[in-house]
Design a protein around this ligand. Structure first.
Ligand SMILES: *Cc1c(COP(=O)(O)O)cnc(C)c1O
Length: 420
């Protein structure tokens, strides 16, 4: 069997052959045999330098030895108890030590659950219904945020999902990212419970906040008693140990975390002040519960990962690798007269085939998506795995080396030289 045949089989029993829409690559996705460090290996015997990294979580690369060793120790003690464990306390303390807005934590199972609970918490705390989210921002696949969402929702041209009643989204107001005037107008007009945002957008490629945007958002929300929610499910533990809020020095009221903090296993978390967090059940009236919340395996892999991140201080190295790779992209694009815009920060980056500045959803939509896919497929054929969508973000891991980045840049050259 090869990937092509497996995909044919998969399509018979799985919708579109996949379990999450972005994985449905044309003509077929590769089926994975295993991952190791910076590389992922398919069942057809090909290896790829992995810049997808499972769409963000794998900041240490695949199969980090210490993460696996500790996981195996936990496996011998059982996988799930339904009772509290010490690691919940230790992990919560680690988050509180590093994430400025965190004084208390609730562990959940996915990012989707985290943002759903964070929005419920904000509504429960303020007693208001309306929230503001930004165009193209992705906060998971639940009803109230599936309005002009990024990620798979953008790629597949269904910005609003069928099956979501308008009653579920009528309290979700949309503004363009980096547009303070609209935010201010909406805040003055509507009584909002919260503004929710990805401080760096990672689900329409990679879009940075303009200088001062996050600071001004903090001021406007504070002045109007509106809660500010940073969805740091990508940026948390990626841009720094304290996420984007530490890097930009802007402290939100509520933070959602996920991806990296699960160490490759499924996780999510909501963190905030004690005053806000005590509105969650069992202390308060905002209900949140889960059989797998704070499960030993996810906490174990996540905690080991965070400890390694704290000890190894990898962020400067990751940043210089990203500068190197984006500089390479820039130079080679110029060499072949390609109109591109390359956005990047920390270990996140994306290339847009467009001449204009990409600083919000509508400018991202103007890029040449067909050209991006040609580029992506060209890279894949030569052993470099970028996520198969203009609206995903590329990542670097601590397992990536300088020489692998050099190799990648050579591949950029080969692919761009024939990119029409
Ligand atoms: C991935 C992501 C989510 C959803 O997390 P899941 O674990 O896939 O449910 C939410 N918000 C952002 C910013 C994300 O990148």
């Amino acid at each position: 069997m090869n990937s092509k045949n497996f995909f044919k089989e998969a399509k018979k029993v799985l919708v579109g052959g996949v379990n999450s829409p972005v994985r449905a690559m044309n003509p077929h996705p590769f089926f994975t045999e295993y991952g190791a460090g910076s590389k992922i290996y398919d069942i057809d015997g090909k290896e790829y330098l992995d810049y997808c990294l499972a769409y963000g979580p794998l900041i240490l690369g695949h199969a980090h030895p210490l993460v696996l060793t500790n996981l195996k120790k936990q496996l011998d003690r059982g996988t799930l108890y339904g009772t509290p464990i010490e690691l919940e306390i230790k992990f919560a303390k680690k988050i509180i030590n590093h994430v400025p807005s965190a004084s208390m934590v609730r562990f959940v199972n996915t990012g989707t659950e985290a943002t759903m609970a964070a929005i419920r918490l904000a509504r429960g705390y303020t007693g208001r219904k309306k929230i503001l989210k930004f165009e193209g921002a992705f906060h998971g696949a639940h009803d109230s945020v599936l309005v002009k969402a990024g990620s798979g929702a953008t790629t597949h041209g269904v910005p609003t999902s069928k099956g979501v009643p308008s009653e579920s989204t009528k309290n979700t107001i949309i503004a363009p990212f980096n547009d303070l005037d609209s935010v201010e107008r909406i805040i003055k007009r509507d009584k909002l419970a919260a503004v929710i945002l990805e401080p760096v957008m990672g689900n329409v490629g990679c879009i940075l906040p303009d200088d001062g945007f996050l600071q001004s958002l903090r001021e406007i929300t504070e002045d109007n008693d509106v809660l500010l929610i940073f969805d740091e499910i990508i940026t948390g533990f990626r841009l720094s140990l304290g996420g984007a809020q530490k890097l930009f020095n802007v402290t939100p009221d509520i933070t959602t975390l996920g991806k990296i903090m699960g160490g490759g296993l499924s996780i999510g978390a909501i963190a905030s002040s004690k005053e806000i967090m005590r509105h969650f059940s069992p202390l308060g009236g905002v209900y949140q519960a889960g059989t797998f919340n704070g499960n030993p395996l996810s906490l174990n892999a996540g905690y080991t990962t965070i400890q390694i991140l704290i000890k190894d201080r990898i962020y400067n190295k990751l940043n210089s690798l990203r500068v190197k790779i984006t500089q390479g992209l820039e130079d080679i694009s110029q060499c072949y007269d390609l109109d591109v815009k390359i956005n990047g920060i920390g270990s996140m980056f994306q290339i847009y085939f467009t001449g204009i500045n990409v600083n919000n959803y509508s400018s991202a939509l103007k890029s040449n998506k067909e050209k991006f896919l040609k580029f992506q497929r060209g890279l894949l054929n030569k052993g470099v795995f970028f996520p198969p969508s203009q609206f995903e973000c590329n990542f670097l891991s601590n397992a990536h080396s300088k020489s692998e980045v050099d190799t990648t840049i050579e591949v950029f050259d080969e692919v761009m030289s024939v990119l029409k």
